[in-house]
Ligand binder design. Sequence first.
Ligand SMILES: Cc1cc2nc3c(=O)[nH]c(=O)nc-3n(C[C@H](O)[C@H](O)[C@H](O)COP(=O)(O)OP(=O)(O)OC[C@H]3O[C@@H](n4cnc5c(N)ncnc54)[C@H](O)[C@@H]3O)c2cc1C
Length: 473
Amino acid sequence: MRGQRVAIVGGGLAGLAAAEALSRFPFEVHVFEAKRSLGGRAGAFREPDRPSLIDRCQHVAMGCCTNFLGLCRRLDLKSSFRRDTKLHFIDGEGKIHPFASSSWLPAPLHLAGAFQRQHYLSKEDHQRIRNALWEMAPPAAAQKYAGWKMRDWLLDKQQSETAISRFWEIVLVSALGAPLSEVSFTAARKVFVDGFLRNRQAHQVYVPTSPLQDIFDVQAAQRLGEKGVHFHRQSPVRQVAYFNSRFNVRYGHGEEGTFENFIAAIPWHQSPKIFSPILKNLMPKLNNVDEIMSSPISSVHLWLDRPLTKLPHAVLLDRTSQWVFNHGSRQLRDTTCYYYQVVISASQALAGMKHEDLARQVLAELVNAFGAEHAPYMLDQQVVTEKQAVFAATPEIESLRPNQGTILPGLALAGDWTKTGWPSTMEGAVRSGYLAAEAILRKYGHHEPVGDPDLPVAWISQLLWGLGKEDTP
Ligand SMILES: Cc1cc2nc3c(=O)[nH]c(=O)nc-3n(C[C@H](O)[C@H](O)[C@H](O)COP(=O)(O)OP(=O)(O)OC[C@H]3O[C@@H](n4cnc5c(N)ncnc54)[C@H](O)[C@@H]3O)c2cc1C
């Protein structure tokens, strides 16, 4: 490996993970990023008249995201995340329902009490949800209902519209980036099994405590730089061709470089554009990326003149707003303000709405949810919609996702959309980067995994449903 060069295109989490894994070996690693900053979709931006960076959209990870957390540990980023063990659901009347696991019961019993306390669901709904979870848990269910859409499955299991909107949708739409009428049963099952049924730590939420740009563009880049990774920012790769067992990479404004190995870690809708026709022929799935359905996420940033709540975050039921994150007080120009970020996944229906109208509607929902006596004054607002935020986890998606390794040794694909078994998430991106690094390492006879194992399966979950090794994709 010494003296062998690897070009990684894309400085998102997939590219950073591949760079981190390969930096453990004596390669010369180069990361090419089209934009000025690293982090990709998990990035932030700076508005000219605001002193601090703003995340494009609030990102959170869960305890089951072992590879993402592993990357953060290796790059010494874990102190930039806070681990929250308690969630708060707020119903249409503004009643708060805390959701926290038992401090001692093993999975899957650890959440039984928390679930029972969600009084916005009727006793019948509780019973039917329990039955449905019981039926979806065994690995055999993944085969039995392969190809099913989640809403069809839920109706088949007698779930009421209230249970669908207040329980299943709340969890799944933000995790899978699409309405339940489009997402697959298999992807939905994975969310519940990995997030709630396998291990008592899996459902814990990791919330960034610094702007994402500070975490990935500054800190991660510095640690990787210390490990010898070379970054080329504002260097879009225009074309990659293959001559004499080497990859010829054209980037920036006419610059070129030659590499023994190449990883494309860019989104599905951009990947086919950079490869020469010969290389593209080696990766037939690149011809079908147009069939991957993208889904938008909107984030509404509000700067208010008074605080609305002390809760760090909350899940809002029966409203357009889905998650609200409380970022505390900030300085806005000369005044102290209170900064809230509201996330709306699968936000297609909001496409025609004016930003000011959406911000006003979200503020009204927050005032109602938190029961504010005096409505706060909106000092400023910003609505950011990423149209191709995530891919929708439809039943067709798995057949469209390519493996990271290709038939040409030294050539690999990465990105959340490649085959990881995970939805479009930071965990999926990091896993893909590690799998792409493993594909490069195989060329040099190295066959050990570079990523992290899943959380262990609790003994009761093994006993009840046979969850375990055979369940991992
Ligand atoms: C609004 C929003 C909210 C989200 N919320 C969450 C969340 O809460 N939790 C979660 O886990 N996930 C969340 N996600 C998903 C998560 O951000 C992505 O799955 C993940 O960041 C994808 O990483 P990636 O490296 O695969 O791709 P990207 O982040 O898209 O990185 C690809 C990089 O490649 C660069 N690039 C593209 N073309 C070229 C080229 N020709 N040359 C050089 N560089 C190029 C791009 O500029 C980009 O930096 C969210 C996504 C969005 C958009």
